[in-house]
Design a protein around this ligand. Structure first.
Ligand SMILES: [Zn+2]
Length: 233
């Protein structure tokens, strides 16, 4: 089974916080950044963050806790928080469904993201399901986790993140009968700033095909989320 590079799955414009970086976009559809190029991005971002701290009256150079902070923050953005903006989604292998046309679901996929508006973290769980056709395609389960990481590790708008995950799964699982994605998350920009309400959570869902047209399939999706909840904690 050959691996396939999935392209044309980015919903947001390159350069936007929820899109890929302008550096990666300049490389073309299947281009990658070299380690040296990533390092240069980290260096530039660290210098800019040092200015940001100075603007806030932080004498970071003389504070033992802050002297490496510009670099730490820059590295965290490039390697973790916004990692999905600096590399294309890796190749994904889809396998023949071989006659299976039931629901395939992964629930409770942890998601860590960051809101595009305030750069505060978003944390929660994603639930993904699809129904392959008998002669369609299925993917290795961990690939669903990888798709979540690719789109969540960047600036995000939860509604748009839900659709981006949905569309990528739809594209990879060729010949599917329907896709369901439900995201349940808390936003630190709501709990730590502004209204400062702790514990409020946001649910978004994008359903298509049989999950829209068949009440029983949709009910099975939400029932599976409940069942999977038993494995948590
Ligand atoms: Zn926000």
């Amino acid at each position: 089974m050959t691996k396939k590079l999935i392209t044309d799955i980015e919903l947001a414009q390159a350069g936007h916080a929820n899109g890929i970086s302008t550096h990666l976009a300049a490389k073309g559809p299947s281009g990658r950044l070299t380690e040296a190029e990533k390092q240069a991005i980290i260096e530039n971002a660290a210098a800019a963050y040092a200015n940001f701290l100075e603007a806030l009256g932080c004498d970071w150079k003389n504070d033992p806790n802050s002297e490496d902070t510009p670099r730490r923050v820059a590295k965290a953005y490039v390697n973790d928080l916004w990692a999905g903006r600096f590399q294309p989604l890796s190749e994904i292998t889809a396998f023949p469904a071989d006659g299976y046309d039931g629901i395939v679901q992964e629930s409770n996929i942890p998601v860590t993201s960051m809101c595009s508006h305030h750069h505060q973290t978003i944390g929660g769980r994603v639930n993904i399901a699809y129904v392959p056709s008998k002669d369609g395609k299925v993917v290795g389960l961990s690939k669903l986790n990888r798709i979540v990481e690719h789109f969540a590790r960047r600036g995000a708008i939860q509604e748009q993140l839900t659709v981006a995950i949905h569309n990528a799964v739809d594209k990879i699982c060729e010949g599917n009968k329907g896709i369901a994605v439900m995201l349940d998350a808390t936003h630190n920009c709501v709990s730590c700033r502004g209204v400062k309400h702790h514990g409020a959570s946001m649910q978004t869902a994008k359903l298509s095909g049989c999950f829209v047209n068949e009440e029983a399939t949709r009910a099975e999706f939400y029932k599976n989320i409940e069942l999977a909840g038993r494995h948590r904690s």
